[in-house]
Design a protein around this ligand. Structure first.
Ligand SMILES: Nc1ncnc2c1ncn2[C@@H]1O[C@H](COP(=O)(O)OP(=O)(O)O)[C@@H](O)[C@H]1O
Ligand SMILES: [Mg+2]
Length: 450
């Protein structure tokens, strides 16, 4: 494992960084963002025709939901006739957010922070000053775990989830929020006039991972119904595939205020992902070089795309793993075979770190790697072991380290194979054979002087 030196490729930074694209990030979002034409059209026509909105954006982790929402916000903040204000950072949907007061305070705080970044002198306004104090106090209380720290006789909530002063009623906070939206519409911010606000709440998949918080989420949406219907406020809620179907639309009262069609996001195509990487490299090219060296051939991306079914984050971390394996200075892009060899090597090293394998265990693992799937019985008969030995001594450590998993059952017999992350081990063995053949061919050419 090596730390990757990106300068050797003529790049300032890692182009395979897995963070979402965001306004003000290392990469200019308007240039680094690719594809999504249909989704953008859908969003644009909605935002043009509606004067309020409550929309879910649904899809698997890593498909590009946050980047899409951020890109959309960026365009509407700077490049439209009807401009809508927004804060660059999204609000994370965590358990603490799931009540009306915390929700309002989070939004108000995010808007103030954005105004501070763009035009700090606006914060002298009386309303904003007041709001700033409220947000400030809540933040201090949140950090001190709800304990009264001001000693001013104000009563603050002590339980972990309430992060705001009790004496500030929800109704008052709601009025403040409405005044804030009004402020945004009445005042120019950095020379621009805005007609409303986009509120982006990210990552509902985290709070939707268990039944208890599922209920909380539904209650939460019930509780904030009136806020969601405010004019000139456009809400984007990002969550898992089933977010709209299994959460929002289970309650008519909640469902009715949402836009009835969730925006579903599927992975970018192979071509688009390759394009996104090219674009990033162009943007990150060191200023003193006349061109960058592409670290890997596009074929490598395509191969990883198939393995991870388009999950761009897994693709990027695999590329990182490949490059961290090669110590030599590269003068040309790595080919598929070279890359897979390196990735397999990296996974092999990872296994060695995770489990201490005996020679025999290793032999059986190698056998497993070459097969797509295999039953424990097969190992019993081929290697002459007892059933209990195979299951507890040979399979258990591999299973527990996430290296192998049950792939399917035929009849009642479970069949085992490599977990997705370790499939490169197959390529490792394939590439090893192929490279060896190449070298043999080349050296025989040399010998015979062809
Ligand atoms: N349209 C796009 N163009 C370029 N890069 C993208 C695009 N969509 C996503 N990405 C990249 O893919 C990765 C995952 O995207 P992200 O928005 O964080 O997904 P999600 O929010 O669905 O988990 C990030 O590194 C992001 O920069
Ligand atoms: Mg995200």
């Amino acid at each position: 494992m090596q730390i990757i030196n990106w300068q050797q490729f003529g790049l300032k930074k890692n182009p395979y960084d897995t963070l979402p694209l965001v306004e003000g990030g290392d990469l200019p979002i308007e240039k680094a963002f690719v594809g999504r034409e249909k989704e953008r059209e859908f969003l644009n026509s909605l935002f043009e025709s509606e004067n309020r909105l409550c929309l879910t954006i649904c899809g698997d982790v890593g498909v590009g939901k946050t980047s899409l929402a951020n890109f959309h916000k960026f365009i509407w903040k700077y490049n439209k006739q009807k401009l809508l204000f927004s804060f660059r950072r999204e609000i994370e949907a965590c358990e603490d957010l799931l009540d009306k007061k915390s929700f309002l305070i989070e939004i108000i705080g995010s808007v103030l922070r954005e105004i501070k970044l763009l035009q700090p002198d606006l914060l002298k306004d009386e309303l904003l000053l007041k709001l700033n104090r409220i947000v400030d106090i809540s933040q201090t209380i949140a950090m001190s775990g709800g304990v009264s720290i001001l000693g001013s006789g104000l009563d603050f909530g002590r339980d972990k989830t309430s992060i705001q002063p009790i004496q500030l009623s929800t109704a008052i906070l709601e009025e403040y929020f409405i005044s804030l939206v009004d402020f945004i519409k009445r005042n120019e911010i950095k020379g621009r006039k805005y007609s409303g606000l986009i509120v982006h709440i990210n990552n509902f998949d985290v709070v939707l991972s268990n039944d208890k918080t599922n209920k909380k989420v539904i209650n939460f949406f019930n509780e904030i119904r009136d806020i969601l219907q405010l004019r000139d406020v456009y809400f984007l809620f990002l969550g898992p595939r089933n977010f709209f179907k299994d959460i929002i639309s289970t309650q008519q009262r909640v469902k009715s205020i949402f836009y009835q069609i969730p925006l579903k996001i599927e992975p970018l195509s192979k071509k688009e992902i390759a394009m996104a990487f090219e674009e990033r490299m162009k943007l990150l090219q060191s200023s003193d070089v006349s061109g960058y060296i592409k670290p890997i051939e596009n074929e490598v991306i395509f191969r990883l795309y198939d393995l991870y079914q388009g999950d761009i984050r897994s693709i990027m971390s695999a590329v990182g793993a490949i490059l961290s394996q090669c110590s030599d200075r590269l003068t040309k892009s790595l080919s598929v075979d070279e890359s897979m060899l390196l990735l397999g090597e990296e996974r092999w090293e990872k296994i060695k770190m995770a489990v201490k394998l005996t020679e025999e265990q290793e032999t059986i693992l190698r056998y497993l790697i070459e097969k797509d799937k295999i039953s424990q019985k097969e190992i019993v008969s081929i290697f002459g072991k007892t059933q209990s030995n195979v299951s507890s001594y040979y399979f258990k450590p591999l299973r527990e380290a996430g290296i192998i998993e049950e792939k399917e059952k035929i009849g009642k017999v479970p069949y085992w194979g490599l977990a997705t992350d370790y499939i490169p081990l197959k390529w490792f063995i394939e590439s090893q054979k192929k490279l060896k053949k190449d070298i043999d061919d080349k050296s025989s050419q040399l010998t015979f002087g062809i």
